[in-house]
Write a protein that binds this ligand. Structure first.
Ligand code: UDP
Ligand code: MG
Length: 328
């Protein structure tokens, strides 16, 4: 009997992407057509756009695409919730219909030709295939340095991430089924998938420049993502603070002995400047410590609420029996 070809759904988060969608959408369609012709995937494969509460005409464009070709599908989030939640909404919807998903940004920065190799790796038995950027020549110097320090910092802080892997990856529906049991609201997908396990590998590709439009990840958002990534994947920063507290306490102990000795030897001087310096330093360290712990308390607070991570308000296709996947 002939082996059944896997149904692939490409999941694409879109936020205010009216400038790029008309250019990249046909590229995704061509890709699934080509892969289907080569006999790697089923012709029933689809391109799923996730509108992340865009304020421009992105959703109109997606609806238009869905009307023009049955391979295009779209879901819309009830409001903007951020890239990670948009990808999750797409993956959780797709897993009900397909065998494999590939998540990719819609701006053409990630080389879609890497999908061929990803699918081949899946057919060879891998359940997760990470897309890894081999070069960053097209990124600005600043973006490259900040992004690379990001991965280093993440790993140093105990959050395991695949170096230079963003959210371009193939994940099988089997893995997504297991992944749906990870209920946390603080999402950091690239750190969470390695935790699920299963056989995985990496595929390397060169990253291009954005075809049109602007990046939604300025430095402030990148720092936010790094902070979320570290604090949702590991508690190492709290331990570092404890270690630092012990060190400062030891130094203070030596200082106390020294000041008592100096007092009795009669060499104690006014020392206003040194006092102020020490006070400021310790004050700063304490605030930093409270801030880091506060970050975890905040995360715990958000987790205890168990609010939905995505709410799908519109779909470009009808089916009655899958309504429970609209909120998750
Ligand atoms: N995106 C999203 N919601 C947001 C911000 C971004 O769905 O709130 C999408 C965006 O449309 C794009 C992807 O996430 O497909 C990555 O964003 P971007 O290209 O701006 O980030 P960069 O590649 O510069 O890091
Ligand atoms: Mg981009």
């Amino acid at each position: 009997m002939e082996k059944k070809l896997p149904v692939l759904w490409i999941v694409i988060p879109c936020y205010n992407e009216q400038a790029v969608l008309p250019i990249t959408a046909p590229m995704f369609l061509d890709k699934i057509t080509q892969l289907a012709q080569e006999g790697l995937i089923s012709p029933e494969s689809r391109v799923l756009f996730v509108n992340d509460g865009s304020k421009d005409t992105t959703w109109e464009i997606i609806s238009g695409l869905a009307d023009s070709d049955p391979h295009f599908l779209g879901i819309s989030q009830s409001r903007n919730r951020g890239h990670q939640n948009a990808v999750l909404a797409g993956l959780m919807t797709a897993k009900e219909y397909c065998d494999i998903t590939i998540s990719i940004d819609c701006d053409g920065q990630d080389d879609i030709n890497a999908m061929d190799e990803m699918v081949r790796q899946y057919l060879d038995g891998c359940e997760i295939v990470y897309g890894v950027r081999s070069r960053r020549d097209t990124d600005t110097w600043f973006k490259r340095v900040t992004a690379e320090s990001f991965y280093k910092l993440m790993n140093d802080m105990g959050a395991e991430v695949v170096y230079n892997h963003a959210d371009y990856r193939l994940v099988s529906a089997k893995v997504l089924q297991a992944f749906s049991c990870y209920k946390e609201v603080n999402l950091f997908l690239r750190g969470m998938f390695p935790l699920v396990g299963f056989k995985s590998t990496s595929v390397y590709y060169a990253r291009h420049e954005r075809i049109a439009g602007e990046s939604h990840y300025p430095l402030s958002k990148m720092l936010g993502l790094a902070m979320d990534g570290i604090t949702s994947m590991s508690t190492k920063p709290i331990r570092l603070i404890t270690g630092f507290g012990v060190l400062v306490a030891l130094i203070s102990f030596v200082g106390v002995i020294w000041s008592i000795v100096a007092h009795f030897m009669g060499v104690a001087v006014a020392g206003w400047s040194s006092m102020v310096c020490i006070l400021c330093f310790l004050g700063g360290i304490q605030l930093l410590g409270i801030g880091v712990i506060g970050e975890y308390v905040g995360k715990t607070y958000m987790e205890t609420k168990k609010r939905p991570r995505y709410i799908i308000s519109e779909k470009t296709w009808e089916d009655q029996d899958k309504t429970d996947t609209l909120i998750g």
